[in-house]
Design a protein around this ligand. Structure first.
Ligand code: UT7
Length: 329
C-alpha cells in the first residue's frame, strides 16, 4: 500500500464588503488610528452586515467559489470540518447548515472550536480522514463573524477583530506533498485571559447577563500577547527539529494574524526573514479561525509545488500549534 498524504488542492476565501476603519472606531471608543496602527498593525477590518446573515453565509461564498474555481461538483464533497467560535447557532452546527445551504448533498460535517487555532486543528483532523483512506474530498473551513460577539464599547477588543471566512480542499495523493506533520498544544490556564462569560452551560444567558454584556469576548491582552509569542516560536522550532528542517528550508511562514507585533516577534525569535512571512492583518484585523486561510488565498499565486510552508496559530484556551505542509500545486 503506498503512503497516502492529504494534499491541499484548492484554497479560497471571502470577506464582506463593509469596512470598519480605525477612524470609524475613533468615533465609537476612546482610541485613535495612531495607537491602533502602532500597537496592532491593523488599519481596517470587514464586517458582515445584513439581517440574519451569519458565519455560514460567508462560508457559502468561500466554499461555493472554491468548488467553482476547482471545477468540482458539490456532490463529490464527503465531509466538512468547520472551525469557528461564532457558529450560526449553538445547535445545530454550522457545518451542517453550510452543507444544506450550498447543496453539498453527499456531505456530513461538524464544527470544531479551538478559537484562533481552529483552522490548524481542523486541518490536522481533516488530514486523518484522508490518510486513513476513508475520505477522498474533505473541505476544511475557518470562518468567524466576530462582530457578533464583540462589544463595540470595549476598546480592548473592538479594535482587533473582524469578519471573514476561508476554506481549503483536502484530497489524497501518493506524491510526497501535502500535510507532512502537525504539533497541537493546549492549556486551560488561558481561559482567564480570553473568554466569553455567558451563553454556555456554565452561565446560560439571562436578562442579567445580557445587561452586563457577559455574552461578549473579553481579553486581558498583555498576558495573551506574551504567551502567543512564546507558544508559536517554541512550537515552530519543535516542528522544524522533529522534521530535521532549518529556517532556510521553509519557503513561507503563515502565522495567525492577531497582532503585527506578535508576528514580527515570532519571526525575530525564529530568525525567520519577514519577506517570507505572510501578513494581511492591516486589511482584515483578527478574523479568528479565518486568518490562515485568508493568507493562503492571498499568497496562493506565490506558492510553488514542493514549497515547505508552516502554519502556526495561538488562541483562546489557550490553544496553539504548527502544521508543516508541502505545497501540492
Ligand atoms: O487571537 C487570539 C489571541 N489574541 C491575541 O493574540 C491578542 C494579544 N494581545 C494584543 O494584541 C495586545 O495586548 C493588545 C493589542 C490587545 C493591547 O496592546 P498592549 O500593547 O498590550 O496594550 P496594553 O493593554 O498593555 O495597554 C497599553 C496602554 C494602556 O494605557 P496606560 O495604562 O499605559 O496609560 C491602555 O489603557 O494603551 C491603552 N490602551 C489603548 N489606548 C488606545 C489599551 N487599548 C487601547 C486602545 N486605544 N484601543
Amino acid at each position: 500500500m503506498p503512503n497516502i498524504n492529504a494534499a491541499i488542492t484548492a484554497v479560497h476565501a471571502w470577506v464582506p464588503e463593509d469596512i470598519l476603519s480605525n477612524k470609524d472606531l475613533e468615533k465609537m471608543v476612546d482610541t485613535n488610528d495612531e495607537w491602533i496602527r502602532t500597537r496592532t498593525g491593523i488599519e481596517e477590518r470587514r464586517i458582515l452586515k445584513g439581517e440574519g446573515l451569519a458565519t455560514s453565509d460567508m462560508a457559502v461564498e468561500a466554499v461555493g467559489q472554491l468548488l467553482e474555481k476547482k471545477g468540482i461538483a458539490k456532490e463529490e464533497i464527503e465531509l466538512v470540518i468547520f472551525a469557528t467560535v461564532t457558529p450560526d447557532t449553538t445547535m445545530p452546527d454550522t457545518a451542517n447548515t453550510l452543507c444544506t445551504k450550498l447543496g453539498l448533498t453527499n456531505a456530513y460535517g461538524f464544527d470544531l472550536n479551538a478559537a484562533c487555532s481552529g483552522f490548524i486543528y481542523a486541518i490536522t483532523v481533516g488530514n486523518q480522514f484522508i490518510k486513513s483512506g476513508t475520505h477522498k474530498k474533505v473541505i476544511v473551513v475557518g470562518g468567524d463573524k466576530m462582530s457578533s460577539i464583540i462589544d463595540y464599547e470595549d476598546r480592548a477588543t473592538c479594535i482587533i477583530f473582524g469578519d471573514g471566512c476561508g476554506a481549503v480542499l483536502l484530497e489524497p495523493t501518493i506524491e510526497s506533498v501535502g500535510v507532512q506533520d502537525s504539533i497541537l498544544k493546549g492549556d486551560g490556564v488561558g481561559r482567564e485571559f480570553l473568554y466569553i462569560t455567558s451563553g454556555g452551560s456554565k452561565v446560560p444567558n439571562t436578562v442579567e447577563t445580557i445587561k452586563n454584556k457577559d455574552n461578549f469576548v473579553r481579553q486581558n491582552g498583555a498576558p495573551v500577547f506574551k504567551a502567543a509569542v512564546k507558544g508559536m516560536s517554541n512550537v515552530v522550532s519543535e516542528l522544524l527539529e522533529k522534521n530535521n528542517l532549518g529556517i532556510d528550508d521553509i519557503s513561507w511562514l503563515i502565522p495567525h494574524q492577531a497582532n503585527k507585533r506578535i508576528i514580527t516577534s515570532v519571526a525575530n525569535s525564529l530568525k525567520f526573514p519577514m519577506e517570507k512571512v505572510t501578513m494581511n492583518i492591516h486589511k482584515y484585523g483578527n478574523t479568528t479561525a479565518a486568518t490562515i486561510p485568508l493568507c493562503m488565498w492571498e499568497w496562493e499565486d506565490q506558492f510553488k509545488k514542493g514549497d515547505y510552508i508552516i502554519l502556526t496559530a495561538f488562541g483562546g484556551g489557550f490553544t496553539w500549534g504548527a502544521v508543516l505542509i508541502k505545497w501540492a500545486y
